[in-house]
Design a protein around this ligand. Structure first.
Ligand code: AMP
Ligand code: GLY
Length: 417
């Protein structure tokens, strides 16, 4: 098989590495990829959101499969365009990717089909949103309807903060068109868990659970980031909770999408909160999470190419998906200043000095004369699978201690709290 992976971060590096394990894959390309990915796949400088260029390239090169990993191209309908051009693509079509690209859609779906989530109201007029907010009170959560680089959610402790968020989104257009509609929802508390699952639109097979660590600093302090590390599985996601989620959340979501004429095929991401009243959905994504994929994919034992075929051909019910009973941990090494301003272009050292149990997924690197340099906020995802979480965490931090670049920082408490 000749395969093209779309995207260029740590998640895409993990997907590339998982695909490389398949004896069926003879040629692997990535667009745009990054410095580290270029060691494992041929990187081509095409932007993931340049739909026409991706389709043209995929046709010219006659790929057997195109794996669309990031949210933006899925929301723009890249899978639809590839299919129209006669190509095989992995990922949901645009009408199913809406489960991530419109929070209002996702909330209405959950309400209609009785899937547990926080109560909500949707508004497209700022006055109405403010009026509802005042009657609701704080704490409360304000969300931009559309994609906003993971920054469109304000968990507001006070009414002032919530009002500011609504005005930023609806009047000042902080997130452009993504914020012209807002969802206001009840504040929930409890530990968060991510579940990534393969689905062919009829059958759903969850992978081991995981936990992202979104805040920049130890102790869940500091600003929200794209994710500073992940563990898999999440220790508090018990078999009983999994059974509840399967029955009340996972299967009903897939059935709901099918009933709506939007069959979801690909990887669906359930962002869950384990509240006192039971697990509830915080959000859906239409793809692997980043950095959750970096912790979950190393535990996948079944050939990823076989799973992809089963999803596309709707044969998931007959396909066994095996995962390791162990655990994995991924710690992100970031550029000083991230998620605000940071400098790039610093040489990365120590990558050749890692223990065998540790490997590194590249997120923001370039390669020049065989040396790696930083090129993004999140630079590397240092990862280790092991028989248990404690060993995975200790291997990862052993690896982390050997790597360096100017202004590097990371969280020291991933999987430790
Ligand atoms: P999202 O971008 O939808 O993943 O939201 C970002 C983060 O905001 C989540 O990971 C939660 O920590 C928090 N969050 C979102 N919705 C709620 C809610 N209804 N109650 C409490 N926290 C929330
Ligand atoms: N880790 C959160 C996300 O991928 O959206």
């Amino acid at each position: 098989m000749k395969v093209l992976v779309i995207g260029g971060g740590g998640r895409e590096h993990a997907i590339v590495r998982a695909l490389l394990k398949s004896p069926r894959i003879k040629k692997l390309y990535c667009a745009p990829g990054n410095g580290g990915i270029s060691r494992d796949a041929v990187c081509v400088p095409i932007k993931a959101t340049d739909i026409d260029a991706v389709v043209r390239f995929a046709k010219e090169e006659a790929f057997d499969l195109v794996f669309v990993a990031p949210d933006d191209p899925l929301a723009l309908g890249l899978v639809d365009s590839l299919e129209e051009a006669g190509l095989r693509a992995f990922g949901p079509r645009k009408n199913a990717a809406v489960i991530e690209s419109s929070k209002a859609f996702a909330k209405d779906l959950m309400e209609k089909y009785g899937i547990p989530t926080a109560s909500h109201r949707t508004f497209s007029e700022p006055e109405k949103a403010l009026e509802y907010l005042r009657s609701h009170g704080a704490p409360v959560v304000v969300k931009a309807d559309g994609l906003a680089l993971g920054k469109g959610v304000t968990v507001a402790a006070t009414l002032d903060e919530a009002e500011r968020a609504i005005l930023d989104m609806m009047e000042d257009k902080k997130f452009g068109a993504s914020g012209s509609t807002v969802v206001i929802e009840d504040f929930m508390t409890g530990p968060e868990v991510t579940v990534l699952a393969f689905t062919d639109g009829k059958t759903i097979v969850p992978l081991p659970s995981s936990r992202d660590h979104k805040r920049a600093f130890d102790g869940d302090k500091g600003p929200n980031t794209g994710g500073m590390g992940a563990i898999s599985p999440a220790p508090d996601y018990t078999p009983e909770i999994e059974e509840y989620c399967m029955k009340n959340i996972f299967r009903p979501t897939i059935a709901a999408m099918a009933s709506e004429g939007r069959p979801f095929k690909g990887v669906i991401y359930f962002g869950l909160m384990l509240t006192k009243e039971g697990p509830k959905v915080i959000e859906y994504n239409a793809r692997f999470g980043d950095p959750e994929a970096q912790a979950v994919l190393p535990l996948l034992e079944t050939d990823l190419a076989d799973i992809i075929d089963a999803v596309i051909d709707e044969r998931l019910a007959e396909t066994e998906i095996k995962t390791s009973p162990g655990a994995a941990c991924c710690v992100v090494l970031a550029s000083g200043g991230y998620p605000a301003e940071y400098k790039t272009g610093f040489e990365i050292t120590g990558l050749n000095d890692l223990p065998d149990s540790v490997f590194v997924y590249h997120a923001g690197t370039v390669v020049k004369d065989g040396k790696y340099f930083t090129s993004g906020g999140r630079v590397l995802g240092v990862t280790a699978p092991a028989s248990d979480l404690e060993s995975a965490v200790s291997s990862v931090y052993d690896g982390v201690s050997r790597i360096n670049f100017k202004d590097m920082f990371c969280r020291r408490d991933i999987g430790r709290r």
